[in-house]
Ligand binder design. Structure first.
Ligand code: SF4
Length: 373
C-alpha cells in the first residue's frame, strides 16, 4: 500500500474532531508512557488539552533529545540556485504569477561566486534550492550544480521539484544524500486552492515523492507542511502519520521534520491559520515525544529568541546567515527573497550562542568517507 492509498482512508474533519476531543487524561496518559507513543498520543499532545502541560512536555523532550543526539547541533546553509518557477502557489513570492520579481537562475560562474563567499564560514553541509522550472532549472541543471558543489562541500541536500525514482537514483550517485519535500498541506480538497496550476497542483505526485526518494536509496528524507495554510493541528497529525508510515516501510532511511510557518513575502494573500509561538513550541515537543529519532530542523524564519529556546528542547538542525534569494551571498543586486528571514544573526553569532549553551555546532551532516562502510 502507498501512503497515497493510506491517506485516502481518512477524512480531514474526522482528524480535526479526533484532536479536538482529546482531554487532559489523554495527555497525561501520553506523558506517562515509557515506550513508543502512537498517533493517538500525538493527537493528544498537539491538542488544546495539552497546553497546561507544556513545561512537562519541554522537560521530557529535552531529556530525550540529549539522550539521543547529545549536545550537538547540525548546521546547514541554504543556497538558492534559481527563483524561476512554473507553478502558481498562492503563498510564495516565486510564483510565476508574481510579475514584480526579477528572475534569476545562477550560471556556473555565479554559483562559484556564491560558494566562494559561503566558504568563508565552516559550512560543509549545503541545501540547494530551486523553484520548479523544468526548462531553466530542471534535472540536468541541478545535476551539474551538484557536481560543482560536491567539490566544495561534504554533504549536499536538495529542496527542489519532486522527481521520478530514476532521477533520484542518479542524483544520489552524484552525491546528494538528502531530499526535502514538504507536502505544504495534507488537505487534499483544499490543496488545489493553493496550487492552482503547474505540476505542483498534482497532489498525489507530491505525496508519493518521499516513497520514491526512499526507493532510490537516498540517506535522508525531510517531511513537513507549511504551517498557516490549513488547521496546523490536522496538518501536523497527517505529517506524523506520514512519518510513521515511512519509518515502518523504509527502516534504513533517516527522516527529518521541518516546521516552516508562513512568513511575509510578496504576493501573500490571507493568513487565517496563524500558529502562535507557544503552539509551535508545543508542536516541536510533541514531535520529539512521538519520535525520539526524528531530526527536527528550524530555519531562520523563526526569531532568535524562539530558536535559542527550541535548541535546548528538541531541535537538532539549524541554519544561520541564510539568504533566500539566488545570488544572495555574492551578488550586489538583491533579488526578491522567497520569504523574509526573522533571525539575521551570522553563523558565528549562532555558533557562539550554541557554545555558550553547552552545544557543539557540527558543520556537516555526514562524511562521504563513511559511505564505504
Ligand atoms: S512554493 Fe515552490 S513551486 Fe510554489 S511558487 Fe514557490 S518556488 Fe514555485
Amino acid at each position: 500500500m502507498t501512503f497515497n492509498e493510506w491517506h485516502a482512508q481518512f477524512e480531514w474533519e474526522q482528524i480535526q474532531d479526533k484532536i479536538q476531543c482529546k482531554t487532559e487524561v489523554d495527555v497525561q496518559r501520553a506523558l506517562a508512557k515509557t515506550g513508543n507513543l502512537d498517533l493517538e498520543d500525538f493527537a493528544a499532545l498537539i491538542s488544546e488539552a495539552a497546553i497546561p502541560y507544556l513545561e512537562t512536555m519541554a522537560q521530557k523532550s529535552r531529556a530525550i533529545t540529549l539522550k539521543r543526539f547529545g549536545r550537538t547541533m547540525q548546521m546547514y546553509l541554504p543556497l538558492y540556485l534559481s527563483n524561476e518557477c512554473s507553478n502558481a502557489c498562492t503563498y510564495c513570492g516565486f510564483s510565476y504569477l508574481n510579475k514584480d520579481i526579477h528572475r534569476l537562475t545562477l550560471n556556473k560562474e555565479q554559483l562559484l561566486s556564491e560558494i566562494q563567499v559561503i566558504k568563508q564560514w565552516p559550512y560543509e553541509h549545503i541545501l540547494l534550492l530551486t523553484g520548479e522550472d523544468a526548462k531553466n532549472a530542471g534535472f540536468e541543471y541541478l545535476r551539474e550544480a551538484v557536481q560543482i558543489c560536491k567539490e566544495h562541500f561534504k554533504h549536499i541536500s536538495i529542496e527542489v521539484q519532486p522527481m521520478d525514482t530514476e532521477e533520484y537514483k542518479i542524483l544520489a550517485k552524484e552525491g546528494v544524500s538528502a531530499v526535502m519535500v514538504y507536502q505544504e498541506t495534507y488537505h487534499q480538497k483544499n490543496y488545489k486552492k493553493y496550487h492552482t496550476s503547474g505540476k505542483k497542483s498534482v497532489f498525489s505526485y507530491r505525496l508519493e515523492a518521499p516513497e520514491r526518494i526512499c526507493e532510490a536509496g537516498l540517506r535522508k528524507v525531510g517531511l513537513g507542511c507549511l504551517i498557516g495554510l490549513e488547521d496546523w493541528r490536522a496538518d501536523s497529525f497527517f505529517t506524523a502519520m506520514h512519518l510513521r508510515f515511512l519509518e515502518k516501510k523504509y527502516w534504513r532511511t533517516r527522516f527529518s521534520i521541518s516546521l516552516p510557518r508562513l512568513r511575509p513575502h510578496a504576493g501573500l494573500q490571507d493568513q487565517k491559520n496563524f500558529q502562535t509561538d507557544k503552539e509551535l513550541f508545543q508542536l516541536i515537543c510533541a514531535y520529539r515525544l512521538f519520535d525520539p529519532d526524528v531530526e527536527i530542523s528550524l530555519s531562520t524564519r523563526e526569531s532568535p529568541v524562539f530558536r535559542d529556546n527550541a535548541v535546548k528542547v528538541a531541535v537538532t538542525s539549524l541554519s544561520a546567515g541564510s539568504r533566500t534569494d539566488p545570488g544572495g551571498y555574492s551578488l550586489s543586486k538583491e533579488e526578491l527573497p522567497q520569504f523574509m528571514v526573522n533571525d539575521d544573526r551570522s553563523p558565528e553569532e549562532v555558533a557562539s550562542m550554541l557554545i555558550k549553551e553547552g552545544y557543539e555546532p557540527v558543520w556537516k551532516d555526514w562524511d562521504p568517507v563513511l559511505d564505504a562502510f
